[in-house]
Design a protein. Structure first.
Length: 89
């Protein structure tokens, strides 16, 4: 994975469990700050639930994470020129 693939405001998912923060693999957050020159990222997790809950949009955790702890989520088809890389932790 190229470090430059994670950017400010990217939607990401956890690739690891972080029980000390009550966060688990697959939970979705947003990159809100680049840390250490892009070597780490502040990711905010909120309870946005499409208007179906009373706490819609309330942040419940904000954590500094390393690139190997998150993956960028893509909402459009990948370019045919892009070749995905397998990342192992």
């Amino acid at each position: 994975m190229n470090k430059n693939t994670i950017k400010l405001l990217d939607v990401v998912a956890l690739t690891v469990d972080l029980p000390e923060y009550n966060l688990y693999r697959g939970q979705v957050g947003t990159v809100v700050e680049l840390l250490a020159g892009g070597a780490a990222f502040e990711v905010e997790f909120s309870d946005a639930c499409g208007g179906l809950c009373l706490r819609n949009g309330r942040t419940y955790e904000s954590v500094g994470l390393r690139p190997e702890q998150i993956m960028v989520l893509h909402f459009e088809p990948a370019s045919p020129d892009s070749v995905p890389e397998m990342v192992t932790a």
